[in-house]
Design a protein around this ligand. Sequence first.
Ligand code: ZN
Length: 289
Amino acid sequence: MKRAIGPVLLLMLVLFPAAAQASAWEWPLGDRRIDKPFDAPDTTYGPGHRGVDLPGRPGQTVRAVAAGRVTFAGRVAGIATITITHGAERSTYQPVEATVRVGDAVTAGQPIGRLLGGHPSCRRACLNLGRLRGDTYLDPAQLLTAAGAYRLIDPSGPPPEPPDLVGGELPIDGPVTSAFGMRVHPVTGVRKLHDGVDIGASCGTEVPSVGAGTVVRASHHGPYGLQVEVRHRESSTSYSHLSSISVESGQVVGPGTVVGRVGSTGTSTGCHLHFMKIVGGRPVDPLAG
Ligand SMILES: [Zn+2]
């Protein structure tokens, strides 16, 4: 469990870097939900989703996310737009018919206009809420998060990329009966690298992939016996001496997808799982982080 603390802290910093500095935003519509998340453009005019889309109804009251001053109320490329400046940052609202004027001071939650229909990226009506610091678009969800739950994943968009292996994870429970490293092979008597860890488990135990990836081998492989190898983003893992295989080469698997069952095929003295991790073409200790 100790290994997980570092990545979790890092994740918190990645997700909530601004929360400590900028104050939380109020949700501008009643629904605390994001239909389409932020996707920062690489360049000023590059593709991306500048802001977040919040579902709403035409005519719905739109409220200021934070106290500030109205610095724009008009049309940008034909779209009715309001901009409110809050210190170093600005919030933008589209498509919204303004009921405030440039120069007006607003408080958090104060009505500023009415939502119009026809924003191209949503089915009925939605508010595109933007967050700017200078010319840089930031993710509004970082500030809205503090105010309530939101959906991180766009149900109609591509699935998020799963993280690569954390390291130190083993696919099944059981004692490590032989560690990674030099040893005298129990069957051949030859001293050589034991290129994985052996985990004791009874025959037939389901073997899940430790991470998301693509199956690159699902076949008999000499002394490894029946072997499944899964290619992840930056590493591969393999599962050997299986009694059966339940995936095929080319298949995309997720973490936890059962790839086969524990067995004793190949050069093996009894049922166990030989689990390997390969980085840059070389086996590494799967128990090292
Ligand atoms: Zn082994």
